[in-house]
Design a binder for this molecule. Structure first.
Ligand code: SF4
Length: 421
């Protein structure tokens, strides 16, 4: 077996806005690994063919993609281009949500190896092995051509978030700090339980503070966001809030010298309605800079909420919105249209709930149901809006009460559905 010289290796991590949070975390893991200090790492936001051409003259090139299910067509087109121009002289790696849910699809698209599950430990190990000409198939979670079985993310060893940086400060690829991973709920439209597991883990407050201090020093960070499937669950077991931990997180991060603003419970995170209480929102109000709170209600029909396994009612959502308004935040409420099994009366309940929420002072973030790979509903029919619903959403959007990309999501839902197996 030929041993490659470690100085000859270039890793090109194709950077997409859509998967920027994964890119920040994975590149952070690479740059913090002392074994990889001689690796040349690039993260171009454009198709990498010209860069590949340049660095192939200097040694081996690996190109990595973190693939979300909504990006598969675009990524597959790029991979086809790379293969037709460079053949097998380039190694192509894929990870991310789609890799975990449908690894064979990415192998068929032309990737050499696909990584299932969390990438912080396994991805640097794969790159290290490639640099040394060893077999990456020994890395847990790696799927390659001709492998007949592959694991599920839940079967793989878990990563401790504190062992890795939340972002790549040297490359200046930064994003929100992921403070919580995993969710004990099992909403049927969501792929988080499949991808990240039903057990919740948190980054420690010490780790969050220390990385943010460094980001202020090195990258002049002025503000930060936190990423969590359910922000108000921070520090607890996932099933209920841990207000003391939440307070510690917010009081310590907002005391970091030079960090002017901390955003919590707002986009890109959200909170479950059943976690919204006066006490927790008082803690938030004291520390955070966001004026809004992102609340996942998802449907205005109790029948649908039960069917999708949300484990809360419409009334609990309404109470959360009232508490949010009373605490001085503007509630931004996530609602999904076109969920499986939705009848006309459920659609009407959805619209009526939206109108009531708007009257109360909330804003609506409307979504169309996407049959996401890895979710319990991955094989369900794609979300679709009636003309009447589309008109109503458009009218509310024009008046500034509602946002969303329902047209794009309807098209994506169709595409995802057409790839269902
Ligand atoms: S939608 Fe939220 S609460 Fe439900 S499973 Fe997904 S992350 Fe958990």
């Amino acid at each position: 077996m030929r041993v490659r010289h470690v100085f000859d290796h270039t890793l090109i991590f194709r950077f997409y806005q859509q998967s920027r949070y994964s890119a920040a975390a994975l590149l952070g893991a690479l740059e913090s690994d002392p074994k990889l200090s001689s690796l040349r790492v690039l993260a171009p936001p454009i198709p990498p063919n010209e860069i590949i051409k340049k660095y192939l003259r200097q040694g081996h090139v690996t190109v990595a993609y973190s693939v979300m299910s909504t990006q598969v067509d675009r990524v597959s087109d790029e991979v086809r281009e790379i293969r037709s121009q460079f053949g097998n002289t380039v190694t192509l790696l894929a990870g991310g949500p789609h890799a975990s849910a449908r690894p064979w699809e990415l192998i068929d698209a032309g990737f050499d190896h696909v990584l299932i599950g969390e990438g912080e430990r396994a991805f640097p190990e794969m790159v290290w092995r490639l640099m040394n000409g060893s077999d990456v198939r020994g890395v847990e979670g790696v799927v390659s051509e001709h492998m007949e079985t592959y694991p599920k993310p839940r079967d793989l060893p878990k990563v401790n978030l504190d062992d890795y940086p939340p972002f790549a400060l040297d490359l200046n690829i930064v994003g929100p700090v992921e403070v919580t991973r995993g969710c004990p709920f099992a909403c049927k439209f969501c792929c988080t339980p499949f991808l990240a597991g039903g057990t919740v883990k948190h980054r420690s407050v010490e780790s969050i503070v220390s990385w943010l201090r460094l980001a202020v020093q090195k990258r002049n960070f002025k503000r930060t966001w936190f990423l969590s499937p359910n922000a108000l669950s921070f520090g607890g077991s996932g099933g209920r809030a841990a207000p003391e931990k939440l307070k510690q997180l917010l009081s310590e991060t907002t005391s970091i010298e030079g960090l002017e603003e901390v955003f919590f419970g707002a986009f890109p995170s959200e909170v479950r309605p059943d976690f919204v209480t006066r006490d927790t929102l008082q803690i938030l109000r004291r520390y955070v800079s966001n004026e809004t709170l992102q609340i996942g209600l998802q449907s205005g029909s109790d029948r649908i909420l039960e069917a999708i396994n949300r484990k809360h009612t419409v009334e609990e959502g309404m109470m959360a919105v009232r508490t949010t308004l009373d605490s001085g935040f503007v509630p931004h409420v996530d609602m999904i249209f076109g969920l499986p099994g939705e009848r006309d009366d459920d659609v009407r309940a959805n619209i009526e709930t939206c109108l009531t929420l708007i009257e109360m002072g909330a804003k609506i973030h409307a979504h169309v149901f996407l049959p996401l790979p890895g979710s319990a509903y991955e094989n369900m029919p794609p979300g679709h809006l009636s003309e009447e619903t589309r008109t109503t959403l458009g009218r509310l959007a024009k008046r500034g009460y509602l946002t969303g990309s329902w047209g794009t999501q309807e098209r994506l839902a169709q595409k995802l559905s057409s790839r269902c197996i």
